[in-house]
Design a protein around this ligand. Structure first.
Ligand code: R5P
Length: 295
């Protein structure tokens, strides 16, 4: 029987319970605490019987804490008798710094993946990592799940739907979601200033008039991309605009920006900490992850 150890980052416990419920796994909760000096401590109090163990630990914010906890949990699981240990991290922090955009920068995701491997993980299951090619830096089995088709099955949006990617690089996501919904798809044109982080959404004629638009992206961080796209689409006569993303990080005033953009609802997979808002709806992807485990 597969053993799942739920890590402390949010929403790892909820996700671990959902995965365990889907595949009838044994669910173990790790004890954790923080020492007075800020160092993390983890302990797995059950013997792991020479079984394959998966640690469920999203590298969600506070991502530096989540990362060190994930690394400590790998060593704890091997010490408690696991025959091998895989990490289920639906969100992997640092994945957007996947190259040296400016001279003197690190390739942060490479550092993170190598650190996880050296901590003891030989398998990594994630959801919509920013660039799938980054996973080549993890020396072990990797699974990168696309959640869009699964999420499409949970939507209740009726009408003439147009799926849009906020930039050309995200077009493959729009294509998947559109295929699952039997809808058309297209993309907007976005530029980001690498130093200030500001984005500019270029005007582009989109056949949005009177239609229901679903913007699809991997991540909402500051909300700038989706909010600007939603405003642009409103000026182009879209009847309603939704967003569907894998990771709703929603940092700072992102929710305010989204509300002010006139967006009807944001659907997100439950990969990072959840926020409360009438415009937010989370879709549990535990069953999708469960089906991808090598058990
Ligand atoms: C960019 O390449 C990503 O796919 C997202 O579009 C971006 O990270 C979203 O960031 P924000 O919400 O801060 O605009």
């Amino acid at each position: 029987m597969v053993i799942l150890v739920a890590g402390p980052s949010t929403p790892s416990q909820e996700l671990a319970a959902s995965i365990a419920g889907t595949i009838n796994a044994r669910l173990v909760t790790a004890k954790t605490k923080i020492f007075p000096d800020g160092e993390h401590y983890v302990r797995i109090t059950e013997r792991l019987n020479n079984e394959k163990v998966y640690i469920v630990q999203s590298l969600s914010p506070p991502q530096n804490d989540s990362l060190i906890q994930a690394m400590l949990l790998a060593d704890a699981a091997l010490g408690a008798g696991a025959s091998s240990v895989g990490l289920i991290a639906p969100y992997i922090a640092y994945s957007r710094q996947d190259k040296r955009f400016l001279e003197g920068e690190p390739i942060s995701i490479r550092v993170v993946l190598k650190a996880l491997r050296s901590a003891g993980y030989d398998e990594l299951v994630t959801v919509e990592i920013h660039k799938p090619g980054s996973l080549e830096w993890f020396d072990g089995r990797t699974v990168n799940l696309s959640p869009y088709e699964y999420m499409a099955g949970k939507l209740d949006i009726k009408g003439d739907i147009l799926v849009l990617a906020p930039d050309r690089g995200a077009l493959h996501r729009a294509k998947k979601l559109a295929a699952a919904l039997g809808a058309e798809y297209d993309y907007l044109v976005k530029h980001r200033d690498r130093v200030t982080g500001d984005i500019v959404m270029e005007p582009k004629e989109i056949p949005a008039k009177g239609r229901i638009v679903i913007l699809v992206d991997d991540i909402i961080s500051t909300g700038g991309t989706i909010a600007k796209a939603a405003k642009l689409l409103a000026t182009q006569g879209a009847e309603r605009v939704y967003a569907l993303v894998a990771h709703a990080l929603l940092v700072g005033n992102a929710l305010e920006k989204l509300k002010n953009s006139g967006i009807t609802r944001v659907y997100s997979a439950n990969t990072v900490i959840k926020k409360n808002s009438p415009i937010l709806e989370y879709i549990d992807i535990g069953p999708l992850i469960a089906r991808a485990l090598s058990v």
